[in-house]
Design a protein around this ligand. Structure first.
Ligand SMILES: [Zn+2]
Ligand SMILES: [Zn+2]
Ligand SMILES: [Zn+2]
Length: 135
């Protein structure tokens, strides 16, 4: 896995081994059949994730919660990082799990285990407003 952390305006995409099937390309839990293809990578064994990325907190990078696809990372096991700084989610203390139901993703950070500095919507709105007044 090549982890390139050059930061530019362009988002780059990395191809990584599929966490859900561990790169095998087959359904790891044999829900349909043990020979059926992995629903995350479509049997290719690799998935594309925007880089830089980090391990998904909710599933610990495995892409699965018990036998279900992790809702936080969509089964890829990785979460793309935002360009700005992130902070540990105070709701789940960085575990990405809903405290009352650990198989569910934390609602505050959506299972990532971290949140953006400020909060997404408000900072985006503030940015747009600033841009609007300047123009
Ligand atoms: Zn797969
Ligand atoms: Zn996950
Ligand atoms: Zn959280």
């Amino acid at each position: 896995m090549a982890l390139q952390t050059q930061i530019s305006g362009e988002s780059r995409v990395a191809e990584i081994s599929c966490a859900f099937c561990q790169g095998l390309g087959t359904d790891p839990f044999g829900i349909m059949s043990s020979l059926s293809t992995c629903c995350i990578c479509g049997g290719r064994g690799v998935v594309r994730v925007r880089a830089p990325h980090t391990d998904c907190a909710h599933c610990g990078g495995s892409g699965a919660i018990k036998t279900l696809t992790c809702t936080a990372c969509g089964g890829k096991g990785k979460i793309p990082l935002p360009p700005g700084p992130t902070f540990v989610c105070r709701e789940c203390m960085g575990t990405g799990d809903d405290l009352s139901a650990p198989s569910m993703a934390c609602l505050k950070c959506r299972g990532r285990g971290w949140v953006f500095s400020g909060f997404p919507e408000s900072s985006v709105n503030a940015m747009n407003r600033r841009r609007a007044t300047r123009l």
